[in-house]
Design a protein around this ligand. Structure first.
Ligand SMILES: Nc1ncnc2c1ncn2[C@@H]1O[C@H](COP(=O)(O)OP(=O)(O)OP(=O)(O)O)[C@@H](O)[C@H]1O
Length: 591
């Protein structure tokens, strides 16, 4: 993840692009509306002045009209400001969402294996929605909250400087309350977020674990942890509310307490003949609400932190490194693959996941990757698919370095089939064609070859059935759909993370026959979890600790009596095991 160097507010303004003038105009209009809001008070002052001078009639009529005009003017300014700020906010939202999605579409696919979909969803929805609230509502409010007290104070200064200064008396008291309110705010806010995250994790785990919980009949005991987290969150909120409650209420009360000082002082000045009744009245009218906006300002201040944190996360997304596109556009002439001294370590990891891997996969051959968990099999396949840029070494396809191929070239050349087949909430047809144009006969032929046609025909609308939400597919059906998708694509290179390993016997047979159609004549790299399926592979690569430690055909590896031969023997024995039979486990020393 890159470090952001630009301030979130500056970055937000930059995102307005052509709409920047609109945002400024919205701010100016909000400012004008705030100033106009004070106009009627001044008119009341003039009216009282005229009345006390016994000067009624025509003047008062005109002054009432001016007050009405000021109110209308304020209304028009507010309306225009709200319209412009919303227009701008929606434009910025759209622009940021597009930029983020565009960058996500161009960054290394490996990035997605480091971010949870929940995190990304939060960034692309909540963080961006907060920007809309900030630009459309809070920015104009922020301006008004600063301008109203300043303008009111200036007016009071003009009317009577003593009354203006007296109106400021609640401020020191309010500051003391604010200090009490925000004492340890940062650490309390962090604890609050931690508590929320802990609760979220517990809820997610509780929901995910429900089938296991039911199966093992541990009912109430299963949510002890969740219950504990709910209680501790509740206690935390209560203790924070208790410690912040009184300064909060006092802060708000103190801000509106100007009258307590202004009325007696004003009466005293009036009795001394140094303040007229109309000026006294105007000072009171203005002083009542002068400091109230500071309360809004305080609330906005806390919200602003969240907006800026969200913007910082978005900046990190839109500045993600793009996949290199230094392409030669030379067509790929053959599809043999070669890894040459490939080293690779995941970000933040000291131990390399791959260490000096050099292997060749001749065009049209089947290569199987085997090895213990964590040996680097998935990493090797992911590098071939271009999910991560290489740290050192090179991968060649048809003699051309992978880094010199465009993403389109790479993706056209490759079909990937994973254990967890992904099905979009779209029609079966769209799931198969992935937005490309294929004749219907080709689609049906691929579905038939993948043993998917029959179950597709049984769906309510056949190939036009929307799957994923109301119509759920079984794991095996999803697998066959994803294999049909790959067959239709007809890519010359196929990368498989053995998709039959989690299936039952019937599905395994159906999927295996579909896979045989898919891989015929292709350059195939398969991550094998069941050794029985790869006996016929042209070569088997044994991986351990990020390196290829052995290679050969099934028979050659059996003869060499290494890791593969040992695992083969274990897998053969496993077939003869039966339920309830005691098995011997080797003690593993984890120290
Ligand atoms: N996204 C990742 N970030 C950091 N480290 C990772 C990541 N993915 C894998 N690793 C680490 O890289 C090493 C190789 O992992 P890899 O998934 O390639 O092994 P594998 O042989 O495919 O294992 P398995 O058979 O269990 O899937 C492991 O030590 C693993 O912990």
């Amino acid at each position: 993840m890159q470090k952001r160097t630009v301030h979130p507010l500056t970055w937000l303004f930059r995102q307005c692009q052509s709409h920047q003038w609109m945002l400024w105009l919205a701010i100016v209009l909000s400012l004008t509306a705030a100033v106009l809001a004070l106009g009627p008070y001044y008119v009341v002052y003039l009216i009282v002045d005229h009345l006390l001078a016994g000067d009624g009639g025509q003047h008062l009529w005109w002054l009432s009209m001016v007050a009405l005009a000021l109110m209308l003017g304020r209304y028009v300014c507010l309306l225009a400001s709200v319209y412009l700020s919303h227009h701008c906010a929606f434009h910025i939202q759209y622009h940021i969402r597009r930029s983020a999605l565009d960058r996500l579409a161009k960054t290394t696919l490996g990035f997605f294996s480091q971010k949870t979909s929940g995190e990304l969803k939060k960034n692309l929805t909540e963080d961006i929605d907060r920007i809309e609230v900030f630009i459309a509502h809070q920015l104009p409010d922020l301006v008004a909250s600063v301008v109203i007290p300043l303008t009111t104070f200036s007016l009071l200064l003009v009317i009577d400087a003593r009354m203006a200064l007296i109106a400021l008396l609640p401020i020191p008291l309010a500051l003391l309350c604010q200090m009490a309110l925000f004492r340890d705010y940062q650490s309390k806010a962090e604890q609050y977020h931690e508590s929320v995250e802990k609760l979220n994790r517990s809820v997610t785990e509780f929901v995910k674990a429900m089938p296991v919980v039911r199966l093992f009949g541990i009912g109430e005991r299963s949510y002890t942890q969740l219950d504990r987290d709910i209680q501790s969150h509740q206690q935390y909120i209560e203790s924070w509310t208790q410690s912040a409650g009184w300064p909060f209420a006092l802060f708000k009360t103190v801000l509106g307490s100007g009258l307590v000082f202004m009325v007696p002082c004003g009466l005293y000045f009036w009795s001394q003949g140094t303040l007229s009744v109309s000026s006294f009245l105007l000072c009171i009218l203005l002083g009542v609400g002068m400091l109230e906006p500071l309360f809004t300002l305080t609330l906005l201040g806390t919200y602003l932190g969240q907006v800026f944190e969200g913007v910082a996360r978005l900046i990190n997304i839109v500045t993600l490194p793009k996949l290199a596109e230094n392409v030669s556009e030379t067509p790929i002439r053959n599809f043999d693959i070669a890894f040459r001294q490939v080293d690779f370590a995941y970000e933040g990891q000291d131990t390399p996941a791959l260490n000096q891997v050099s292997v060749s996969l001749p065009a049209g051959s089947l290569t199987a990757l085997v090895g213990p968990s964590g040996a680097g099999k998935s990493t090797l396949a992911a590098l071939l698919a271009g999910f991560w840029p290489l740290k050192s070494g090179e991968i060649f396809i048809g003699g051309q370095p992978l880094s010199q191929l465009s993403e389109a070239q790479r993706m056209d050349a490759m079909a990937l089939v994973y254990q967890d087949a992904f099905v979009f909430t779209q029609t079966v047809m769209s799931n198969l064609t992935m937005g490309k144009d294929y004749p219907m006969e080709a689609v049906i032929a691929a579905a038939k070859a993948a043993n998917a046609h029959d179950f597709i025909c049984r769906l309510p609308d056949g190939y036009d059935t929307v799957v994923g939400q109301e119509i759920r597919l079984s794991g095996g059906e999803k697998q066959r759909l994803s294999i049909a998708r790959a067959i239709l694509k007809d890519a010359p290179i196929v990368v498989l993370d053995e998709p039959t390993s989690h299936s039952d016997a019937t599905n395994q047979a159906l999927i295996q026959s579909a896979l045989n159609t898919l891989i015929a004549g292709k350059t195939v790299l398969i991550i094998a979890h069941r050794l029985a399926t790869i006996q016929a592979a042209d070569q088997i690569l044994v991986m351990e600790n990020g390196a290829v430690t052995d290679r050969g055909t099934h028979n050659q590896l059996i003869e060499r009596a290494g890791w593969y031969a040992e695992m083969w023997q274990v897998s053969q024995q496993a077939q003869t095991w039966s339920m309830g039979q005691q098995t011997q486990h080797e003690e593993v020393d984890c120290a």
